[in-house]
Design a protein around this ligand. Structure first.
Ligand SMILES: O=C(O)c1ccccc1NCC(=O)[C@H](O)[C@H](O)COP(=O)(O)O
Length: 236
């Protein structure tokens, strides 16, 4: 299976079109006033319509949003998925899923091995778990900080567990991230920007190319392992 990429914090039609052209899994829009990537419901609705017309699914990223705010986003944007990046409870997420019929992704902030346990109450409630680096002290943003966490912490998870890896990914480090974790879903924001909130179409391409390079190397190494195994079989 090829690695799925969520390009997050998109604000322009050009970035949405580039994400679609690069075969992205999801385009993410941020609804958080303090973020340089914040978009209005109206603007995100226009971007999402373009994404959907191109066959690209969308994610509305929210932080401790009220029911009224969520309803406005759901009505105005019609996202494919809701991402919860704050202190939302499993009960709140279940409630909004039942009301909207949408799937949900829950962000789990990670700095130490103990942080991983925070995902447990969300298993069976959230359709995706996204591991992101815990915000550095003093940051106004719960996500989109361009900060990595120690990917080897994820070794303790079952390799078959599908989670989304995020936090400080870019074209230069994503190959190592994929080899270290074996994950199949990625989320990137700062690493495809020229400045906070400004997506760089070349960096988006470089990121997707680095991921595809990893994917084809992984296929080739599986093929050669199969070839080696076959060559050891007796000729009948
Ligand atoms: O990106 C933001 O500005 C943001 C603000 C508030 C909540 C969440 C936010 N981003 C969520 C994401 O899914 C980011 O893509 C993720 O945190 C990774 O970001 P980065 O480390 O910059 O690649």
């Amino acid at each position: 299976m090829s690695t799925h990429i969520k390009f997050c914090g998109l604000k322009t039609v050009e970035a949405v079109e580039q994400a679609a052209a690069l075969g992205a899994w999801k385009a993410g829009f941020i609804f958080f006033a303090k973020s340089p990537r914040n978009v209005t419901v109206e603007h995100a609705g226009m971007l999402a319509a373009r994404a959907h017309a191109l066959g690209l699914a969308t994610v509305a990223v929210t932080v401790n949003a009220s029911d009224a705010e969520l309803d406005a986003i759901i009505d105005g944007v019609r996202p494919t998925l809701l991402q919860f990046h704050g202190a939302e409870s499993p009960a709140q997420i279940s409630k909004i899923k039942a009301r909207s019929g949408l799937k949900a992704m829950k962000a789990i902030p990670v700095r130490t091995a103990e942080d991983l346990a925070a995902m447990e109450p969300f298993l069976g409630v959230a359709d995706h778990i996204l591991f992101d680096a815990k915000a550095p002290r003093g940051s106004a943003l719960p996500g989109g900080n361009g900060v990595q966490f120690d990917w080897t912490l994820l070794d303790s998870l079952d390799r078959q567990t599908d989670y989304v890896l995020s936090g400080g990914l870019d074209a230069a480090n994503v190959g190592v991230a994929l080899r270290t974790t074996g994950c199949r879903f990625l989320d990137v924001s700062s690493g495809i920007e020229s400045a906070p909130g400004i997506k760089d179409l070349d960096k988006m391409r470089a990121f997707a190319e680095a991921v595809r390079r990893h994917d084809s190397e992984a296929v080739n190494s599986t093929d050669s392992a199969i070839g080696t195994a076959k060559s050891k079989e007796p000729i009948s």
